[in-house]
Design a protein around this ligand. Structure first.
Ligand code: ADP
Length: 662
């Protein structure tokens, strides 16, 4: 068996591979660019080898450096993950020539499937249905235009070396063909150094359904059923699920058989995916699907297949690479339940999905029953602009599709991500959209509903009320005693996406209410407690109980209430970090008793960490760190009675590395 594996990748997929390898008792070696030296995958592995700084060509795409790292660490095998060198035949060759096992198919297979036109020719010859189109070598504009005419508009132009949607253009009418061809060729040349294109009939409102296969070196080939990846944006997958919804058994049988035929025709070995484009305009049919391409590697979306089959695909990959026979037969593989994966990205969905790299100060994904999170990021980590801005894959599994979708929406709504922008809300809205009865499923659904899916929703009154309460000193039991701060009406400065809310809290003798714009909302039986994960708040509005949680980071306040979520910016004079100046002195905001001191001298602290809890008149008041730093000294203890303005501790800003070396 293989005893050590170098993972030639980073991020969530490196972490995911390390997990399985570790479970198998295999030593793991990670590689990292200088930028990634503290990344989670390196922290998880048994050994980390730092490669050169700079662009990926210097590190994650540097074949000789990776092989050198494998030799140096005595790795017996290399797993390429996905992306980077995973479908590079020169890499597969070089690894094997170095006497190291490559966890993937042969270089020849990768080469054969690497060019879309060549792959389609091979499949056509093997009797696998392929999308009607033109695969010829004559690349003259006249010939291509003529072929497009023959296929009939709309047609798809695709770069034969393409991937990631690059070099791909949809042309709806003859007049638009030449400019589209020219721009597709330019993009293909720039991205792949190959401007050769093929033409395909455009299937309108298609579904993307793919079949996972596993083949060993002993001639055994099985499929792990299909995945539906039809929810896409700009031809890139956003949501993947398994099995494909409404898949008739007969079509499943025909499609999986075609996938096995495809794999066998090229003597495929290891895990692979055969992608089909499916005409769904009039329901699925046995003659209405065509081979698009084969991915000769582990796919991003493989966890949904693992979830419904119970098979660890990475484990199978490692066993196959070690020369073992598959440990199961086709009859052993069954579908149980339904699984859905959502890709959580650091991007601003509301601004055309602009990538939003940056530090994720807090990442608390609601990992409840039926939820698997694959991530390469922890709180405090940075999503680098140099790489794919994927934060996590959220995989929800349940007995049926609707429950899996609802679970996904709940997880997204109850997860806290503070730092950069993410597509969390977009994914939650998409899940809700999919839960609707008769929700269509095809590759155009996201584009068709983009405005509503990316719309910033108005938070509910309860959510705003919760945000308001979160800004105030925390009562341990109820609001009794608010007036200790002399407030009749407490103005609150909260804004959403930079838009200030007209908001204040009215404190009466026995009643409390929120003034929001020109409305007054009465909050009955309010309760608020500060816990480790923020402030837990509940109250009753019009007889209905609302419960939720509020979490701060610096000026940001994220509030979750009744499984909905909103992010606020807070400038209230009463917010915790505001009341403490940035000069490093943490002072008591009022006469109070120290309830808890959460830190020790010399401890490193992060912005927003609760340092001390003070209590006055039954109300808790958390004092948080206004910046990242170190606790210099502490001059209070639990139980101390402190006066307004009394210094409780000193903290200092953390010097950055540059300062240290100067
Ligand atoms: P890439 O390798 O660049 O990702 P693919 O060939 O895998 O490109 O296609 C990506 C997506 O583009 C598919 O999942 C599908 O949504 C769409 N697509 C590709 N070919 C066609 C076609 N002939 N008709 C309609 N949509 C297509």
């Amino acid at each position: 068996m293989i005893e050590s594996i170098l993972i030639a990748n980073r991020g969530e997929i490196a972490c995911r591979i390390i997990n399985t390898a570790r479970n198998m008792g295999i030593r793991t070696i990670a590689i990292a660019s200088a930028e990634d030296r503290d990344a989670r995958h390196g922290r998880m592995a048994d050994q980390l080898i730092l490669l050169d700084d700079g662009p990926a060509s210097q590190n994650y795409l540097n074949i000789s450096a990776i092989i050198e790292a494998a030799k140096h660490s005595r790795a017996q095998a290399i797993h390429p993950g996905y992306g980077f060198l995973s479908e590079n035949p020169e890499f597969a060759d070089a690894v094997r020539q170095a006497g190291i096992r490559f966890i993937g198919p042969s270089a020849d297979t990768i080469r054969q499937m690497g060019l879309k036109d060549e792959a389609k020719r091979l499949m056509q010859a093997a009797g696998v249905p392929v999308v009607p189109g033109y695969l010829g070598d004559d690349q003259s504009t006249d010939r291509l235009a003529e072929e497009a005419e023959k296929i009939g508009y709309p047609v798809m132009i695709k770069a034969r070396a393409g991937g990631g949607g690059k070099g791909m253009r949809l042309v709806t009418e003859a007049g638009a063909f030449i400019p589209a061809l020219e721009s597709a060729k330019r993009e293909a040349q720039a991205s792949f150094g190959d401007d050769h294109v093929l033409l395909e009939k455009y299937i309108s409102e298609p579904r993307h359904i793919e079949v996972q296969i596993l083949c060993d070196s002993h001639g055994n080939a099985v499929h792990l059923f299909e995945r539906d990846c039809s929810l896409q944006r700009r031809h890139q997958k956003v949501i993947e699920e398994a099995p494909a919804p409404d898949m008739p058994e007969a079509i499943r049988a025909t499609m999986t058989k075609a996938a096995i035929t495809a794999a066998r025709s090229i003597n495929y070995e290891n895990a692979g995916t055969v992608e089909f484009i499916v005409d769904s305009a009039n329901g699925l049919s046995e003659t209405g699907f065509w081979f698009m391409e084969m991915n000769t590697r582990l796919q991003v979306e493989h966890p949904v297949t693992e979830a419904i089959t119970g098979i660890d695909i990475v484990k199978a990959q490692i066993e196959i690479a070690a020369g073992h026979s598959l440990s199961f037969t086709q009859d052993d593989i069954t579908i149980t339940g339904h699984a859905v994966e959502a890709r959580l990205y650091a991007e601003t969905a509301e601004e055309n999905f602009r990538p939003a790299p940056g530090i994720i100060h807090k990442l608390a994904l609601a990992e409840t029953a039926g939820i698997r999170i694959d991530s390469g990021i922890d709180s405090g980590d940075r999503v680098s602009p140099s790489y794919d801005p994927l934060i996590a894959k959220i995989i929800s599994t349940a007995a049926d599709r609707l429950t899996a979708m609802t679970r996904r929406a709940d997880t997204l709504n109850n997860s806290i991500i503070i730092g950069t922008d993410t597509n969390r809300a977009f994914l939650a809205h998409l899940a809700e959209h999919q839960c609707a009865e008769d929700a269509p499923l095809h590759t155009g659904v996201i584009a068709d509903n983009l405005a509503s899916l990316t719309q910033t929703r108005q938070p509910s009154d309860a959510l705003v009320a919760m945000a308001a309460i979160a800004c105030l000193p925390c009562p341990s039991n109820s609001f009794t005693g608010w007036r200790h701060w002399g407030a009749g009406e407490i103005p609150l400065s909260l804004s959403i996406s930079g838009e200030p809310l007209k908001l204040s809290l009215l404190v009466g003798q026995d009643s409390y209410s929120l003034q929001l714009e020109d409305r007054q909302i009465t909050l009955d039986s309010p309760l608020a407690k500060t816990g480790k994960t923020g402030r837990h708040i509940s109250f009753v509005i019009d007889g209905q109980l609302h419960t939720g949680q509020a979490i701060w980071h610096a000026d940001k306040l994220v509030v979750i209430c009744d499984s909905t979520q909103a992010s606020f910016e807070t400038y209230s004079a009463m917010t915790t970090s505001r009341s403490n100046s940035h000069d490093g002195q943490i002072t008591a905001p009022m006469s109070s008793v120290v309830k808890a001191v959460n830190i020790t001298t010399g401890q490193q602290i992060k912005t927003g960490d609760v340092l001390v809890l003070v209590e006055a008149m039954k109300m808790e008041y958390p004092l948080t760190a206004p910046f990242d730093g170190i606790v210099e000294d502490i001059s209070c203890e639990t139980g101390d009675a402190v006066t307004d303005g009394q210094i409780l501790m000193h903290i200092s800003q953390q010097a950055d590395d540059n300062d240290k070396t100067d």
